[in-house]
Ligand binder design. Structure first.
Ligand code: NDP
Length: 306
């Protein structure tokens, strides 16, 4: 029987684990990936707004977290596949057959990038389909590229790629871009960027590498094909909550609804980080939320009020 099982080892989960450890709780962290760090591993730009830390990218920050975790006393299992979670019974079954029992659970499973689910998106990943304009800028330099999405991420990537690519086509399903006004203004000023609004990417074309895209423009009767050598899809994120569906309260997009104590609708089950924070997802917020959940759990356990 553990005091706490934390699901997910990104900034929120690791912060919760460090605090649980400090409070003397018997803590186990389960991480599905081989490495800890969560979304930090796909941040390719500088991080300058986390107090006391200035790093070139998320991986560097992850390394700082990992270094600190090495000296802590909690158990951390990576490459873990969870079969099922029974939140009210506080039981977790692993694919390996192991059954775990705990007093409290902290859900720190984060979010993942949304995908279009179209032909070519998976098959051509790494062969022209990229996930980051910052990381792959040099590879994409000199190529015609298509960026999908209408938010800050798509706009920022389109602007970044416009510095090195002859043409950038931004494809957005809506009538109006959602990106902040200064990005929209800068998009207008870039002669090599074309924005297709009310348009949908239907297919990414290519056998061994990206050769083009098929786009359906709003009001058109037929899709058209356009030659590009790079595609970047940035259409937002979605929470990793499948394991808990129908066991706790979620909003309409699947984000977990929590109280001010980070507690979910199930007693002694907490949710921290982006999985329960759709409005202001930040690394600092995630670490703070992890600490809050740990302190609440510790206080409850020491009062014996389970
Ligand atoms: P957003 O959720 O802000 O925007 C997602 C965009 O993708 C929307 O325009 C949406 O269209 C579109 N979209 C969603 N689903 C689909 C789909 N299935 N097919 C086609 N288009 C789709 O996500 P972002 O990743 O842009 O940003 C996430 C957060 O990160 C935001 O808070 C943003 O402000 C922040 N951010 C900030 C940056 C900065 O300040 N430098 C840089 C990057 C991100 P629709 O509008 O029609 O819903």
């Amino acid at each position: 029987m553990h005091d706490v099982i934390i699901i997910g080892a990104g900034p929120a989960g690791l912060s919760a684990a460090l605090w649980c450890d400090e409070m003397g709780l018997d803590t186990l962290v389960l991480e599905q990936n081989e490495e800890v760090g969560g979304q930090l591993l796909s941040v390719y730009n500088r991080i300058e707004n986390y107090p006391g830390v200035r790093v070139e990218n998320g991986r560097e920050m992850r390394d700082l977290f990992a270094e600190q975790v090495k000296d802590a006393d909690f158990d951390l299992w990576t490459n873990v596949e969870i079969e099922s979670v029974n939140l009210s019974a506080k039981r977790i079954a692993l694919r390996s057959g192991e059954k775990l029992q705990t007093i409290s659970i902290i859900i720190a499973t984060g979010v993942r990038r949304k995908r279009l689910g179209i032909t070519g998106e998976t098959e051509l990943t790494g062969r022209g389909v990229t996930e980051s304009g910052t990381r792959d800028r040099d590879q994409l330099a000199g190529k015609d590229v298509c960026v999908v999405g209408g938010g800050d991420a798509a706009a920022e990537n389109a602007l970044l790629l416009a510095e090195v690519c002859p043409t950038v086509t931004l494809v957005h399903r809506g009538e109006k871009l959602r990106a902040r006004p200064e990005f929209v203004e800068r998009l207008r000023g870039e002669h090599c960027i074309t924005v297709f609004k009310e348009s949908v990417l239907r297919r990414i074309i290519g056998e061994t590498k990206v050769e083009g895209v098929e786009i359906m423009r709003g009001g058109a009767l037929k899709p058209f094909q356009m030659a590009v050598q790079g595609v970047l899809v940035r259409i937002g994120v979605e929470p990793n909550t499948e394991l808990f569906r129908e066991q706790l309260h979620e909003d309409e997009r699947g984000y977990i609804i929590i109280t001010g104590e980070q507690e979910t609708s199930v007693r002694n089950v907490f949710a921290v980080g982006d999985v329960s924070n759709p409005l202001a997802p930040t690394i600092s917020g995630a670490s703070g939320a992890g600490a809050t959940a740990a302190k609440i759990i510790s206080a409850r356990l020491s009062r014996g009020k389970q």
